[in-house]
Design a protein around this ligand. Structure first.
Ligand code: ADE
Ligand code: ZN
Length: 372
């Protein structure tokens, strides 16, 4: 990076720089001793991710390697051609490629490698806790056993806990374009692994597949002491968010962008402290927003909503959690204080126990005090 002449000159005299900083820090109480760039500040802040589809972390390079190993053909001639196909006009455009790509995952080791690759990547981004969605029906409908899927994912999560110090929770999603009977069957299979699963969720094509379609299966999940979340208000209307709250009794709403058109809904979300897991780069790539500068995050924060920043499907949308923080920070001109609030929200909105939440939020505050 080119620096201007003044910056270069002063950097020749670190002592002078230090004296100036001390002076400003002491008398103006503005610049602390080590002011980080916004990129470094985001990179270093401890954070959790609460909206992440493990199948959406499947990078083309790993996909190609696993496809070869399993003698599966990918529709595209090269990795470049595949990446060029990641030009979506809406959610369905993306889902078509996402489900097709997941078709190369066959063995337990494949699910392990995909999950492990994500965890290794976000470890470099100071992610300390991940709540991860998986879509068993995407695989069981192709004849892959439920156990193959969950065993591979779970093994990687355990390795991450032991080797990388990343804690995690697993959220099993029902595909809302399929019928409720299929979801009930999937729930039955999942109950054998109840100790590994924290919550159930609802994803895939939102429009015309309202939460009400899945009321019975969510009631059954609740009876089994599973928590509930649901994608709502990404492409669908505010009414779907009401349904997710009233009928599915969700603890969190995934996306929730369209809540802003309904003042009563906003009041309800604020009053009940229901978090929204917002995904800026996903919203941009799937044309939920035309420009990140028009993203509703700032408005959501100003309304007092408990919002968090997440990556959704990072291999498809051009960024992991830090890239999402950075893109929205630049677009909306967020401050370090805003970023600190968002990182604290990520723990407050998580399914960690209260003591752990408080501990992590204190760590974020400490980081802010040392690096603001
Ligand atoms: N599955 C993976 N990503 C999704 C998204 N953004 N919305 C709905 N279903 C999904
Ligand atoms: Zn999602």
């Amino acid at each position: 990076m080119r620096r201007n002449v003044k910056e270069r000159d002063i950097s020749l005299y670190p002592d002078i720089q230090m004296i100036i900083r001390c002076y400003m820090s002491l008398f103006l109480n503005k610049l602390p001793m080590n002011t980080l760039s916004i990129e470094d500040f985001i990179s270093g802040i401890p954070k959790a991710e609460l909206h992440l589809h493990i199948e959406g972390t499947f990078e083309p390079e790993l996909m190609s390697k696993i496809a070869k190993r399993n003698n599966k053909k990918i529709k595209y001639q090269s990795i470049e051609e595949l990446k060029q196909a990641y030009n979506f006009n809406n959610l369905q455009d993306f889902l078509n490629i996402y489900y097709e790509s997941a078709g190369v995952l066959i063995e337990e080791q494949d699910f392990y490698e995909m999950t492990w690759a994500y965890l290794k990547k976000v470890h470099t981004q100071n992610l300390v806790h991940a709540e991860i969605f998986f879509d068993p029906q995407t695989h069981t409908d192709r004849g892959i056993k439920f156990s193959t899927v969950i065993d591979g994912i779970h093994r990687a999560l355990e390795d991450a806990r032991n080797k990388l110090g990343i804690s995690s929770k697993l959220i099993m999603c029902f595909l809302r374009h399929l019928d409720e009977e299929a979801a009930i069957h999937t729930l039955k299979e999942a109950l054998e692994y109840k100790d590994w699963i924290t919550a159930v969720g609802l994803d895939s094509s939102e429009v015309y597949n309202p939460p009400s379609k899945f009321q019975r299966v969510f009631e059954k999940a609740k009876k089994e002491n599973l928590l509930t979340v649901a994608h709502a208000g990404e492409e669908g209307p505010a009414e779907y968010i009401w349904e997710a709250l009233r009928l599915l009794k969700v603890s969190r709403v995934d996306h929730g962008n369209h809540c802003l058109v309904d003042e009563n809904l906003i009041k309800e979300l604020v009053k009940k402290k229901i978090p929204l897991t917002v995904c800026p780069l996903s919203n941009l790539k799937l044309k939920v927003v035309q420009d990140l500068k028009q993203h509703p995050l700032r408005k959501m924060m100003d309304k007092g909503l408990l919002v968090t920043i997440n990556s959704d499907d990072p291999a498809y949308f051009g960024g992991y959690v830090n890239e999402n923080y950075l893109a929205i920070t630049k677009a909306l001109n967020l401050s370090k204080e805003d970023i600190c609030q968002l990182a604290k929200n990520s723990f407050a909105a998580s399914f960690l126990d209260e003591e752990k939440k408080q501990q992590m939020m204190k760590q974020v505050d400490k980081y802010y005090q040392e690096n603001r």
